[in-house]
Every structure is written in C-alpha cells, then in structure tokens.
Ligand binder design. Structure first.
Ligand code: SF4
Length: 342
C-alpha cells in the first residue's frame, strides 16, 4: 500500500496525524520543524521522536520528496527541470537567477483546463491537480533550493483552479512553523477565476498577477475562454474594492501579440479599465509554440507600447525573455517528454 506523504502537510494536518497515531500534540510541531526547517530526507532523522514513534510513523507515512528527472540549462543561466508526478506525468519548474534574486516558477496542475489559445500547456488539456506535496517538492527538491529568494506560481496550470492545494502550499511557505517566507516574496498568477480570486485574496497575503492580454471583451474571450464566464471587469471590480495593504502588489500580465493587441486603442482602453487601481503591467514577449499563428512584435513596438502606458500613468515594464533556447514556452518541455513515452 502506498504510504501517505508528510512533506506538504500543514501544521493542522500534522496534528491530525499525531491524533491518529495517539502521539502527543507537540509532536506535530516537532515534525513541522524537521520537515520545513531541518530539511530531513527520512523519518529516521526525526531524532527527538522516540524510536517507537518513528517506527509507528514509518509504517503508514513517508517524507515524500523526489528529485527532478531531467534538466536543461539556457545560455542565460535559466534552468528548466522536469518532475515526474502521478506515475507517468511530467511537470515543469523553472529556476531563473538574476543579479540580485533567484526565482523559482512552479506548476500547480498537470496540463490545464483553461484552454488559452496561445499556450502549450492549454493544448495538453487537463490531466490533474497537483497536491501541496507536489507543488512544494518542486521548491524543496530544486538543486538551487538554497539560492532561492522569490517564488512565482506561473508554471503549468491555473493555480486558482486548484486553490485548496495552492493555499496549503502558501501556508507552509509563509507560516512561522513552515519556511517563514515573507508573502511579499511570492506571486500567484491567475487567468481570473472570480471565486478563486476572492478566496485567495482573503486567505493569503501574497502578491497577485492577473493575465490580462486584452482589455476588450470579445478579443480577450477569443484568446482566453475564461473571459466568457468570468469577465475581466468582474475581476477588476473585486480588486478595486479589496483593501490591499501597502506591501501587497497587484500586477497584470500582458503578452504582446503582433498586430493583435498592440495598438493605440488597446493602450487607451487599458488606461480606462485600470483607472483607480494601483498596479503595474508586465509586458511579456510571446514565446512561439508549434502551429501557432501568433508572433511577437519587434522590440521597438514593444518599447513604444510600454512607454505609452507609462505616459498614461500605469507603471509598465517589459519582462525580459529568459530561457528562449530551452523551450521557454510553458508546457513545451513536458509535452516533448510526454510524447517520447507514447
Ligand atoms: S496560460 Fe495558464 S491558464 Fe491559460 S491554458 Fe496556459 S497554463 Fe492554463
């Protein structure tokens, strides 16, 4: 019988484990220390638990960490790792070192239901939600784990379509009994699921990044089917009315597609719909995927677009393209790996 994994359990879930095994309540805190502060690999290393307790634990539980199965490195230092999950599936994790920071980009699902037409992960369809264990294992088992300064949930899948496990992972990352990271080091990205955004804003203090890509209903709906049921105006309403503290940041991701969403009309409408929201726009250059009609505009157009938005009073930056020589588009590497097995 497969053992339950301890890594990825919140303190409350560890308390449930202690109750189940008839252990004293404080053993849960001892376990969270071993799991999230002392970086152990096996239950045997929990040396402040008695040998009998460790044997009892080991009969039903394991730590549950697993190393990446593949890696590729870009000439710019970015690395992409593949982790195996759910017996025969693969997820991608990116490690992005920069001058003063090192960011991990984690996946939250295998494939994705959202069907954004410019996205390789969307083309895979949905294959399953990742557990908090599988989300955090990408972080803990990353060879560069000790270098990490920031974390973004922008890999495969829609994090707020798996909100329960994502919130659990954030709990472990940001609580004192867990990794005690500041929530301001973590950004969760979403296409804009109304119920998920409400829950995320209430239950976490991490930054949020909403994928916008067009300010126009019809156009956005063609790019991102979610727009048909969860409109961007509803999302903006929630954000506008939420009481963000000064530390918490809202940003909008905007992939620029040549001749589609890079016009003056888009700039004008963006300024209109974002009016009154303290935010920034991150312009992302499109990473080509197979069989896609989309292209990225040239750098000059991209810079002009950015400057026009800045002139309208919206803080706008161009996100540097990283890892373009190692299948930078999210979902591409795992699709290749999956196809090798078919
Ligand atoms: S862009 Fe994000 S939400 Fe859209 S299909 Fe891809 S992974 Fe899913």
């Amino acid at each position: 019988m497969e053992k339950e994994k301890l890594y990825g359990k919140t303190l409350n879930e560890l308390i449930v484990v202690t109750k189940r095994l008839g252990l004293p309540g404080f053993a849960a805190k001892q376990m969270s220390d071993w799991l999230y502060k002392k970086e152990i690999q096996s239950i045997d290393e929990m040396t402040n638990l008695s040998i009998k307790t460790r044997e009892l634990l080991s009969s039903d539980y394991e730590i549950g960490l697993s190393d990446p199965v593949n890696e590729s490195q870009s000439s710019d230092g970015t690395k992409k790792y593949l982790y195996k999950v759910m017996i025969d599936k693969f997820i991608e994790t990116a490690y992005i070192p920069d001058e003063d920071r090192a960011t991990i980009c984690v996946s939250s699902q295998v494939g994705c239901k959202m069907g954004c037409i410019f996205c390789m992960t969307g083309k895979q369809g949905f294959q399953g939600n990742l557990s908090a264990n599988e989300i955090l294992n990408q972080f803990r088992s990353l060879p560069e784990f000790h270098n990490l300064s920031n974390m973004v949930y922008m890999g495969m899948g829609e994090p707020l379509d798996n909100v329960t496990e994502v919130l659990k992972s954030l709990d472990i990352l940001t609580n004192e009994w867990g990794y005690a990271w500041s929530p301001t080091r973590i950004t969760v990205s979403t296409v804009g699921i109304v119920s998920g955004i409400k829950e995320f804003l209430e239950k976490s203090r991490c930054h949020i990044a909403v994928s916008l890509h067009s300010p126009f209903d019809m156009e956005r709906g063609k790019l991102m089917p979610i727009q048909r049921t969860n409109t961007v105006l509803e999302i903006l309403d929630i954000i506008r009315n939420f009481d963000f503290n000064s530390q918490r940041r809202v940003s909008f991701e905007y992939i620029l597609f040549k001749g589609l969403n890079d016009t003056q009309a888009h700039i004008k409408e963006l300024a209109k719909i974002l009016n009154g929201i303290k935010c920034r726009i991150n312009i992302i250059r499109f990473h080509k995927i197979p069989d896609s009609e989309f292209e990225s505009p040239d750098l000059e157009t991209t810079i002009k677009f950015k400057e026009a938005l800045n002139n309208k009073g919206i803080l706008t930056t161009i996100r540097e393209s990283r890892g373009v020589d190692i299948q930078a588009a999210c979902g591409l590497l795992s699709t290749i790996q999956q196809n090798k097995l078919l």
